[in-house]
Write a protein that binds this ligand. Structure first.
Ligand code: TRP
Length: 457
C-alpha cells in the first residue's frame, strides 16, 4: 500500500483504534487527577461542571481533532500548517508539542509513584490493616526521597520510550486491547468494596451533591482543564491518533465511545476514593497524594486484598503507560515528520529531555523544601506544572483548535472528513454551532474570568 496512512503506520482495526484512543484518554487523569482535583475543589459542583464540559466542549473538540488529524495525515504542527496553508497556524501545533513535554514531565513522576506502589503491593506491604496516618506516612516517604522519586520516574520513561520506539501498530494497539477492559472490571470490584464500607454515603454525597456556592473561577477552570486533560485534548494527541486512522472509520462513533468510557472511569474512581476516604476520616483536599493514600486503607479490608492491590497498581501503571505513549507520540511524530529525525533516535532524545524536565517535579513532593512549597497551600512545582500545562495550556490549545476548525479550515470540510466513512454525524448543525460559537466563547469566558479575578492557582 502506498497511502500516506500505510507508510506512516496505521491502526489495524477499528477496535484497535478505539482501544488505543481510549488508552490515551484513560490514565492517571481519571484515577489520580480526577479525585484529587474534585477533592481540592469541593466535590459535587466541580463534578457537575466537569461532566457538562466533557459533553459540551470535550466531545466537540475531540471530533474536531480526530477530523483534523485524519484529513491532514500529520503531526499537529504539520496538520495546522497543511490545513490552513499558512505557517502562523502551525504555532498552535507548536504549543501542543511544548505542552506534550510539559505534561509528560510531571505525568511520568506520578506514574513513577504507581510503580513504587506496585512494588510495595508485590512485596506484601498492603497485606495488613493500614491506618490513614500510616498510609500518609508511607506515601510521603516514597515521594519525599529523591532517589526513589527520580529513579521511578526514569524507569517509567524508559519503558514508555521502548514501547513508542516500536511504532504505532505493534506497541500501542496490542497493549490496549486486553488490558483496558480488565482494568474496568477491577475498578467495578473496588467500587463495590468501597461503597459498602461504613460511612460510605458521605463520600457519595460529597461526589454527587452540588453546592454551587463553591463554584469560583478557579474551580471552573479546573473542571475545564480536567475535561480536556482526561480526554487527551488541546495539545494534538487526538490529531496525531486521527492521522493514523483509515478513511473508513466512523469518527463520531469512536469519539463518543472514548468519551463515555473515559468519563465513566473517572466517576468510578471517585466512587472508589471518596467513600473510602470519608470512611477512614481523611481530608478530601489532601492534594495529589489522595488516591495513593486512600487505597491502601481498603485493600486489606477485602478478600484476596493483596491480589487486588497488585492487580490495581499493575493495571494503573499500564493505563498510565498507554497515556504517556500518546504524549510522547505527539512529540516524536513532530520531530519525525517535520525534522526528518529517525524514530529510533527521536524517542530516546525526547525521553532524555523529558527526564531532565521531570526532575524538579520529582523533587517537589518533599525532597526539596523550596520546590515543594512554591505555591504555598496550593502545593509545589508539580502542582504548578499540572496547572500551567494541564489547565492553561490545554484550554488555550483547545480554544485555538476550535477557532481553527470553526473559522479557518471550516466546519464544512471537517464534516466532510467525518462523513468520509459513509457514517453521518448525528447532529452536524449543532456541532458546527458549538465549534464556532458556544465552545470558544465558553473557553474564553473561563480564561477571562481567571485573568480578571487574578485567581490563578
Ligand atoms: N488523558 C490522559 C489521562 O487521563 C493523559 C493524557 C494523555 C493527555 N495524552 C494527553 C492529557 C494529551 C492531555 C493531552 O491520564
Amino acid at each position: 500500500m502506498t497511502t500516506p496512512t500505510a507508510s506512516r503506520g496505521a491502526f489495524a482495526s477499528r477496535l484497535g483504534f478505539i482501544l488505543a484512543a481510549a488508552g490515551s484518554a484513560i490514565g492517571l487523569g481519571n484515577i489520580w487527577r480526577f479525585p484529587y482535583t474534585a477533592g481540592a475543589n469541593g466535590g459535587g459542583a466541580f463534578v457537575l461542571v466537569y461532566v457538562l464540559f466533557v459533553l459540551g466542549i470535550g466531545v466537540p473538540v475531540l471530533l474536531a481533532e480526530l477530523a483534523m488529524g485524519r484529513a491532514a495525515q500529520r503531526n499537529p504542527v504539520g496538520a495546522f500548517r497543511i490545513l490552513s496553508g499558512s505557517r502562523s497556524w502551525s504555532l498552535v501545533g507548536g504549543l501542543g508539542v511544548v505542552t506534550g513535554f510539559g505534561i509528560l514531565a510531571f505525568y511520568s513522576v506520578v506514574a513513577g509513584w504507581t510503580l513504587g506502589y506496585l512494588w510495595k503491593a508485590l512485596t506484601g506491604d498492603f497485606e495488613r490493616r493500614i491506618t490513614a496516618d500510616e498510609s500518609s506516612r508511607i506515601f510521603s516517604e516514597l515521594i519525599g526521597t529523591a532517589g526513589p522519586a527520580i529513579g521511578l520516574t526514569a524507569l517509567f520513561l524508559i519503558v514508555t520510550v521502548l514501547v513508542v520506539r516500536g511504532g504505532v501498530q505493534a506497541g500501542i494497539e496490542r497493549a490496549s486491547k486486553i488490558l483496558m477492559p480488565m482494568f474496568f472490571l477491577l475498578l467495578l470490584v473496588l467500587a463495590a468494596r468501597s461503597l459498602t464500607l461504613s460511612g460510605a454515603d458521605e463520600g457519595v454525597a460529597f461526589l454527587l451533591q452540588a453546592d454551587f456556592g463553591k463554584l469560583t473561577p478557579r474551580v471552573i477552570l479546573g473542571a475545564l482543564g480536567q475535561a480536556l486533560f482526561s480526554l487527551s485534548l488541546g495539545m494534538g494527541a487526538m490529531i496525531t491518533y486521527g492521522s493514523y486512522l483509515g478513511k473508513s472509520e466512523n469518527l463520531a462513533f469512536a469519539g463518543a465511545t472514548v468519551a463515555v468510557f473515559d468519563t465513566a472511569i473517572a466517576l468510578l474512581s471517585g466512587l472508589i476514593v471518596f467513600p473510602a476516604l470519608f470512611s477512614s476520616g481523611l481530608d478530601p483536599a489532601a492534594g495529589p497524594g489522595l488516591v495513593f493514600v486512600v487505597l491502601p486503607t481498603i485493600f486489606d479490608a477485602m478478600p484476596a486484598g493483596s491480589f487486588f492491590a497488585v492487580a490495581f497498581y499493575a493495571l494503573l501503571a499500564i493505563a498510565a503507560l498507554t497515556s504517556a505513549m500518546s504524549l510522547l507520540e505527539v512529540v516524536v511524530a513532530y520531530f519525525v515528520d517535520e525534522w526528518g529525525w529517525a524514530r529510533r533516535w527521536a524517542v530516546w532524545a525526547i525521553g532524555a529531555v523529558t527526564f531532565v524536565l521531570a526532575i524538579p517535579s520529582a523533587l517537589s513532593t518533599g525532597a526539596s523544601p523550596f520546590l515543594s512549597t512554591m505555591l504555598g497551600d496550593r502545593g509545589g512545582f508539580l502542582d504548578l506544572q499540572n496547572i500551567l500545562f494541564g489547565n492553561f495550556a490545554l484550554s488555550i490549545g483547545a480554544l485555538f483548535t476550535l477557532l481553527f476548525v470553526g473559522w479557518r479550515w471550516s466546519v464544512a470540510r471537517a464534516l466532510e472528513e467525518m462523513h468520509a466513512s459513509g457514517d453521518r454525524l448525528p447532529a452536524p448543525r449543532l456541532w458546527g454551532v458549538l465549534v464556532r460559537y458556544v465552545c470558544p466563547v465558553a473557553v474564553l469566558l473561563v480564561l477571562g474570568f481567571m485573568l480578571v479575578t487574578g485567581e490563578f492557582f
